[in-house]
Design a protein around this ligand. Structure first.
Ligand SMILES: [Zn+2]
Length: 343
């Protein structure tokens, strides 16, 4: 891992080649799903450009003063613009300040690097202002834009950048990274399963909450009797509602409630997804979550095509209701009532 990154061999090969030939373009656009490491790659490139002791493959040493400062966000020649505020936008003032900063020569390093995160979130003409920087670049200046999809970024900006696509990581890569960070096997399995191949997503989840939700789903669906299942489902639904109230009152982060409810939905979805996979094949390589539980094995023996379709419809109803801010407790209750049909 000379670049300190997991996966992304293709963009790294391209960048290494550009650095070797000293043909790095002034504008780059790193795109790929949320959490695939676009910002980490941008920082690594900024390090490589300013490293005091780069490797023979042009990778940054990640040990020198310059690499350290960039990692800490303290390098005067590496500037990051991130959308801010309730509207989550990049205002034009930020771009003006950036242009001003880029008009000077590199202060400490060899290159001035500007990283613009979520480059589709420009306010009004801020994108247009940035365009001027790309059209009239000062030498030794590199602009790195990051976005989930180029189609959402201002076309005139995209057309002046070389695009590099970052792909989701494999489950094995995510599991490896998580275990290296000290996560236990069960947590790594659940987090990797919920990550959709994005390490950033896996690391953004609170492992304790995630494991607790997974445990709830597994215990609930492990109850074989209808009456007991229904009672436990209502109990858990009430707990969810209480937690949602708590989060809403705290109001620290407007996305916290949606994230919490999304995590529950995704956990239920993953749980059933592996039940369906188990029904189709005994090969555990096709599972995305942790090793199958007794409950999952039991359900896998009674899965039918009608049930799979039905569960998908019920989940879609749940998601739709939550997106429209309907009462979570009611939606989850209805979902579990739907599940009861397959007992
Ligand atoms: Zn270095």
């Amino acid at each position: 891992m000379p670049w300190g990154l997991i996966g992304q061999e293709r963009p790294l090969t391209v960048l290494t080649d550009m650095l070797r030939k000293q043909r790095l373009p002034h504008g780059l656009l790193f795109h790929g799903p949320l959490g695939t490491g676009k910002y980490s790659l941008a920082l690594a490139l900024a390090q490589a450009l300013n490293c005091e002791n780069p490797g023979p493959d042009m990778s940054p040493c990640r040990k020198c003063r310059s690499c350290g400062k960039i990692a800490e966000g303290a390098h005067p020649d590496v500037i990051t613009l991130t959308p801010k505020g309730k509207l989550n936008i990049i205002p034009i003032e930020y771009v003006r300040e950036l242009r001003e900063a880029l008009s000077f020569q590199a202060y400490e390093g060899k290159y001035k690097v500007a990283i613009i995160r979520d480059a589709h979130r420009f306010r009004d003409d801020a994108g247009g202002a940035l365009l001027k920087t790309l059209e009239e670049p000062t030498p030794d200046t590199v602009l790195i834009l990051t976005a989930e999809s180029p189609s959402r970024v201002l076309e005139t900006l995209v057309s002046r950048c070389v695009r590099l696509k970052l792909s989701p990581l494999s489950r094995t890569q995510i599991m490896g990274a998580l275990s290296q960070k000290g996560f236990e096997l069960k947590a790594s399995c659940v987090l990797a399963g919920l990550s959709g191949g994005a390490l950033g997503v896996a690391l953004g989840l609170d492992s304790e909450t995630t494991l607790s939700i997974w445990g709830h789903v597994d215990r609930l669906l492990g109850i074989p009797e209808r009456a007991k299942f229904l009672k436990a489902a209502i109990d858990w639904t009430n707990q969810i509602a209480a937690e949602v109230d708590k989060i809403t009152k705290a109001e620290d982060d407007p996305r916290a409630k949606a994230n919490f409810l999304g995590l529950i939905q995704n956990s239920i979805r993953l749980w059933w997804r592996d039940v369906t996979a188990l029904a189709a094949t005994a090969d555990s390589a096709f599972l995305l979550g942790p090793p199958p539980s007794a409950a999952q094995k039991t359900w896998s023996r009674k899965v039918t095509a009608r049930m799979v379709g039905g569960l998908e419809t019920s989940m879609a109803k749940l998601s739709d209701g939550l997106n429209r801010s309907m009462r979570a407790a009611l939606l989850f209750e209805n979902y579990w009532l739907d599940v009861l049909e397959y007992f």
